[in-house]
Design a binder for this molecule. Structure first.
Ligand code: SF4
Length: 202
């Protein structure tokens, strides 16, 4: 996938699951992300096709852009370049690191102050989650209430799958009408959420 690069990756954010949207917002606002957030987002971006060179460009741009928390290019190169290259298997043990699936994300401690990793269906307070979902286009009705309840019951992936369906209801229906198959299984991986969105885009 040569289509996604440092310059245009931001245009795909609407196809990201909520966890990754929040991380993108976090890095844009703070010009930084702490360790778990960097890992969760950078491996996801690798999974959607951002290659190593473009990823370094993206992270350097984010971390050094003018604004609060930003750093010099020298500092970025000294402190962060290695670890982003490492995620691509270009340093150290040359291991092929896979993007985290939902289970991995949910098995880790949630975010503390100034952290953005994790799963919002687990980690956001009800009101904040509700606001976020309305920003995604959901109406404040019983269906939104169901998502909040699923989240409170600990059924995070079911909540996420439901949100995907609600946000994309029209697109899914029009595929089904045309006899185009649509995968309606549960979301188990953020990259699967993205791929499902891209599939509907085509
Ligand atoms: Fe992200 Fe998975 Fe949580 Fe959805 S269920 S927001 S893809 S971690």
């Amino acid at each position: 996938n040569d289509m996604i690069n440092a310059g245009n990756v931001g245009q795909f954010v609407q196809d990201f699951p909520l966890c990754m949207q929040i991380l993108m917002e976090g890095v844009q606002q703070n010009h930084h992300l702490r360790y778990s957030g960097r890992q969760q987002l950078s491996l996801f971006l690798k999974g959607i096709g951002l290659n190593a060179e473009e990823a370094l460009k993206f992270w350097q741009q984010q971390f050094t852009a003018m604004g609060p928390g930003s750093m010099s290019v020298e500092k970025f190169n000294k402190d962060y370049r290695y670890s982003f290259r490492h995620n691509y298997g270009l340093e150290g043990g040359h291991i092929h690191y896979k993007p985290w699936d939902c289970r991995t994300i949910i098995s880790k401690p949630g975010p503390t102050k100034n952290e953005y990793h994790g799963c919002p269906y687990r980690d956001l307070h009800r009101d904040e989650l509700s606001t976020r979902l309305q920003q995604l286009g959901l109406e404040d009705d019983t269906r939104l209430g169901e998502v909040l309840e699923l989240s409170e019951r600990g059924e995070y992936q079911t909540a996420c799958t439901k949100v995907f369906e609600l946000v994309n209801r029209e697109r899914i229906d029009s595929c089904l009408k045309q006899g185009v198959k649509v995968d309606e299984s549960s979301i188990v991986h953020p990259n699967q959420y993205f791929d499902r969105n891209r599939y509907l885009d085509e």
